[in-house]
Design a protein around this ligand. Structure first.
Ligand code: HEC
Length: 124
């Protein structure tokens, strides 16, 4: 049996197919990683909000009483409330929201949660 040098042998074809598969296996997890990281951040953000913000803000589905701050569903529905706005908001001290201090990573997670709520609400 002689191996032709002018056309690709079946073995060489199999090797390049293997290479393509291995490349896909390497690249795929990288492509899905950011989406998974976002989900984890949203979850962490929800925990922060549940723990630190509920003294004043009613939670999703709770009834609004006059002494409570607006629900998040209203807050994220305000036009122009986007990532940049929420990030700036959480960096600044806002009366009467001066009683909480969050770590930077917590702020980032809260922003992810707010944006996720906004997305869910807009049905995207
Ligand atoms: C001490 C009470 C209090 C706490 C604690 C509090 N808030 Fe607020 N928050 C308010 C009030 C009151 C408003 C409405 C203020 C206004 O409309 O000027 C508000 C407004 C907001 C707004 C909307 C601002 C706008 O104009 O769009 C966001 C977003 C927000 N809060 C997020 C949070 C998050 C996130 C936390 C927890 C980390 C939190 N708040 C904790 C009282 C509070």
């Amino acid at each position: 049996m002689s191996i032709s040098h002018t056309s690709r042998s079946p073995a060489a074809t199999a090797v390049s197919a293997m290479r393509a598969l291995m490349l896909a296996a390497l690249v795929l997890p990288l492509a899905t990683a950011p989406a998974m990281a976002d989900k984890a951040a949203v979850k962490r953000g929800q925990k922060v909000v549940d723990e630190w913000c509920r003294d004043c803000h009613v939670r999703e589905g709770e009834k609004l009483t006059p002494d409570m701050a607006p629900p998040y569903s209203d807050l994220v529905a305000i036009p122009s409330r986007d990532r940049a706005w929420f990030e700036a908001f959480l960096e600044a001290d806002h009366f009467p929201m001066t009683t909480f201090r969050l770590f930077d990573n917590e702020k980032a997670d809260v922003v992810e949660w707010l944006l996720d709520l906004q997305k869910r609400q807009q049905g995207k």
